[in-house]
Each structure stands twice: as C-alpha cells, then as structure tokens.
Design a protein around this ligand. Structure first.
Ligand SMILES: Cc1cc2nc3c(=O)[nH]c(=O)nc-3n(C[C@H](O)[C@H](O)[C@H](O)COP(=O)(O)OP(=O)(O)OC[C@H]3O[C@@H](n4cnc5c(N)ncnc54)[C@H](O)[C@@H]3O)c2cc1C
Length: 464
C-alpha cells in the first residue's frame, strides 16, 4: 500500500517515445492499481464529488464497487448517469469538477476519479458488457441533430425511456469533436469513441451520417413532414475564428479545427493515407487553450519544431495544466507574451514567416485577466512554414438561419433554457456548445441529459 495522501501513479508512455507516435499517452490503471486507488475513497455520505459532476454520477457508489473488485456493478452505476464513461475518464477536466471537490484533496491528493472511471469503462468493453436496452418502445419519434457528446447523451437517455430516436450527423462519422477534434493520442477513436457510439446504438438509436440539417433538410421539415414530435439541436460550435491580420489567407495557414480534422478524421497522420496536411518543418500555433495544445502536439508528432505563440503569460494559459505539462515534456516551445501581427508569404502564396510583437501585462480587463499591452519597438520576424490559428470557435449559423422562430444571441448561440433545453420554438430543444459556445464534453453531456428530460415532459404533456 502506497502513501494514502497521494494518488496511485498512472503509467504513461515516456515523453521522448510518445512525441514520435500517435498511440495513447496515458496507459491507465490495471485491476490492482484501480482497487488500491479506490480504497483511498472516504465514501463520504454527503459526497461533494457528485455535486461537482455535471451528470451527477454516483461516484462513491461506483468506487466502492471497484474497491471490492465488482467491476461490472461499477459499470452499471456509472451507466445510470453517463453514456460515455471511457471518453469522460480520459478528457474531462476532473481537477475543476469531481476531483476538485474531493475531501481527500484537502490534505493530500484527490482520489483519481477520472482514471477509475476510465478503468471501469475499459474493463466493461474488454469483457463485452453493454448498457441494457429498454424493454419497449413508446411509439414517439425524436430527432437529434449532431452526434457529439450532447447529441449522443440526449439520444441515449431518450432511447432508454422508449423513444424512437434518429441522430442526423453532417460528417461521415459519428462522435463530433470526439472524432474530428481531440487527437488519437488523447482519445483513441476505434478503441474508445467508436465503442461508446456503438453502445448508444445498441440502445436502439439510429445514426444517419452525411445529413446536413439546413441544407439536406431543415428542422421544420423534420417536424412537419417526417413525423418527429421534438428535435434536439446539439450541433456544436465548429466555426473557427481568425485574427484578421494581413497574410492570414496564405497557403499553409489553418484553423486548428481544419488541421485536426485532416489529421483525425482523414487520417493524415497515417502513412497509408495520402490526405494533404502541411507537415512543415517549423509550425506556429497561435493560442493557448486545449485546442492549441492538441494542434501543437499533433504537429510535433508529424515531425515539426512547434512553437505556441500566446499573448499573455503562462499563468493565464486557458489550457488544462496537464495538457501544458505534456506539451512541454514532449518538446513544444512556448513563446509567451507574444502576439502575431502579420503572416508573410512567398511569391507563390505559401507562408514563409510570421511577424510578432512582444507583450507585457497591464491592468485587468473585463474578463478579470490582466490585459496584454504591446511593448514598443519589440517587433521581430520568425521563419515558419505552417501557421495554425487556435483562437476559439462559435456555432455555425446554418441551423438557426434555416429554422423559423429559433432565437439566437449576439454570439450566434441558440438561446435555450438551462434546466430543460427548451428554445423559443415549441418542440425544439438545444444544448452543448451550440448553446454555450465552446465548452467541455461533460457540460455538453449534462445539457443533453437535461434536454432529454425536457423533451420527455413535453411529449407526455402533449399526449395528455
Ligand atoms: C481539439 C479539441 C479538444 C478538446 N478537448 C477537450 C477536452 O480535453 N476535454 C473536454 O471536456 N472538452 C474538450 N473539448 C471541447 C469539447 O469537445 C466540446 O465542448 C464538446 O464536444 C461539445 O459537444 P457538442 O455535442 O455540443 O458538440 P460537438 O462535439 O461539436 O458535436 C456537434 C456535432 O454536430 C454536427 N453538426 C454540426 N452542424 C450540423 C448540421 N447542420 N447538421 C447535422 N449535423 C451537424 C457536427 O458535425 C458534430 O458532429 C475540445 C474541443 C476541441 C475542438
């Protein structure tokens, strides 16, 4: 038995090795490690960790089962609240949610709730355990737009209640950001995402890929002509933002979303795929969030020298600490307090350099963070051949502009009720990044769950 104040350490690929491959960085717990870590849980009666979980998993109950070696039972407990435990165990920011509230964390390190969740989900998959399908259908049809975490959760919860659910997905593969955004080395696609999508399908959910709502058909047509009594919109926030600086349209400038999509979904990282991706020798990623870290670590694995250019200091980096730590360990170079002003292209229109200025931090701005201010005379130029812009995303207005009576706010986000997901249009519900703007997997799942309840109430009331 190790030090009870510390987490049982989790095995990882060594930084130098993993910087050259796309295999998963974190190797997870084995049975013995999981049981030892589970025994650190104090099984609090008034469990604060559950309050920190947006889908309210009964954390002490599942950990108790792990402690006793009852892994199938542990999976059942998690399955009551979450359709994507192998995903969440890997990518949730536990440090600010469940683990952030863990009483163990007051004196030592919090219980490794995320790694235990991941262990249980992986064990269930290896042992062929699937969630239980509902006994009977209730005869009501619901459409879900988007197969990201919000859509999958809403669809799964409705299917469990007996609804006949069809997901309409624009891309050729289901999973949303889980398949096109988050890289393989953090979230394996076949082993984890596809397996959890299959679990949702095993509840009876149908997934129609290559259907763009707003082009192939509309929300109104689904309701008026296709017999769907309610629609959930979980279409995410996939529209990238740019800086608006000169040279941004040059060849070799990508949005992080496009770069990651080419790598993930079109398998640019594999030798047996010929998807074009600029595998430049020197890549600059502009931005400091989780998406920037993913793009930087992907470019590094494709063989480039990678610089993160961010206008504030390390303290303000919005990415998770773990992601920054991993990126640094692997050799990503951080050019902090630096801001691009222009991208310089060669005579054929390809990026050859980026002009930047150095910044210092001034007074706090409206967000409470200290405002970066340009240092006079600090301009410099860096030779680069690829620039990846990772400055955030907003919802694509395609659905809101083609649905009659659907209200949006000035950030183009759909306006929906926090508790039920109800929008301004009767029978239409929404949640996830399409409502909040870019956020997290678990918040999207929480919104999908709330909307499933809202839709169930709406359809039951209509039938009365
Ligand atoms: C690179 C990257 C890394 C991230 N890392 C993390 C992380 O580590 N942890 C974390 O918690 N969060 C992370 N996030 C954020 C997280 O992935 C999102 O908050 C979450 O996926 C939002 O879920 P969603 O269901 O709202 O939307 P999405 O996952 O975006 O799914 C929306 C789906 O709707 C489809 N769609 C869009 N428009 C239409 C249409 N008109 N018709 C049909 N289908 C449509 C899209 O193709 C997509 O499949 C990351 C995001 C990115 C981009």
């Amino acid at each position: 038995m190790g030090d009870v104040l510390k987490k049982v350490p989790v095995r990882e690929q060594a930084p130098k090795v993993r910087a050259t491959n796309f295999d998963e960085v974190c190797l997870g717990y084995n049975k013995e490690e999981a049981m030892e870590e589970a025994s650190r849980c104090l099984t609090c009666k008034n469990a604060k960790c559950v309050q920190g979980c947006p889908v309210s998993i009964n954390i002490p109950a599942f950990i108790k089962e792990v402690k006793e070696g009852n892994f199938a039972e542990a999976y059942k407990v998690i399955g009551q609240s979450s359709a994507l435990p192998a995903v969440c165990g890997r990518v949730c920011p536990q440090e600010t949610q469940c683990e952030g509230k863990c009483i163990r964390g007051i004196k030592g390190e919090a219980v490794s709730i995320g790694k235990l969740e991941r262990f249980v989900a992986d064990w269930a998959k290896e042992n062929g355990i699937k969630p239980e399908a509902p006994a009977e259908k209730n005869g009501h049809k619901v459409a879900v737009i988007g197969s990201g975490p919000s859509g999958l959760t809403c669809a799964g919860d409705l299917a469990k209640l007996g609804y006949d659910v069809t997901i309409f997905e624009a891309l050729h593969q289901a999973g949303g950001v889980l398949v096109y955004g988050i890289p393989e080395f953090r979230l394996p696609k076949d082993k984890v995402v596809k397996a959890e999508v299959e679990n949702v399908k095993s509840l009876g959910v149908k997934i129609n890929t290559n259907v763009i709502i707003g082009k192939s058909t509309t929300v109104d047509e689904l309701m008026e002509n296709e017999g769907f009594e309610a629609v959930f919109i979980g279409s995410g926030a996939g529209l990238p933002m740019f800086m608006g600086i000169p040279g941004e349209v040059s060849n070799g400038v990508f949005s992080a979303n496009e770069y990651l999509t080419r790598s993930n979904l079109m398998k640019a990282f594999r030798d047996d795929h010929d998807t074009p991706i600029v595998t430049g020798k020197k890549v600059v990623v502009v931005g400091g969030g989780n998406v920037a870290m993913d793009a930087a670590r992907t470019a590094l694995r494709l063989g480039a020298e990678v610089h993160i250019v961010y206008r504030r200091s390390e303290e303000e980096l919005p990415a998770r600490r773990e992601e920054v730590h991993h990126a640094k360990e692997e050799g990503v170079i951080f050019d902090l307090l630096t801001n691009p002003t222009e991208i310089v292209a060669d005579e054929k229109g390809w990026v050859k350099a980026i002009k930047c200025v150095r910044m210092e931090l001034g007074e706090p701005d409206a967000s409470g963070r200290r405002r970066p201010v340009v240092i006079e005379g600090s301009e410099f130029e860096m030779d680069v051949d690829t620039v990846i812009m990772s400055l955030g995303t907003s919802p694509n207005p395609l659905i809101s502009s083609t649905t009659i009576g659907l209200d949006i706010n000035k950030r183009k986000c759909i306006i929906a009720d926090d508790e039920t997901g109800a929008t301004s249009k009767a029978g239409v519900y929404a949640g996830g990044d399409a409502v909040t703007g870019a956020a997290t997997v678990i918040l999207a799942m929480g919104a999908g769950k709330a909307a499933a309840k809202g839709i169930d109430e709406f359809i039951k009331n209509k039938a009365k």
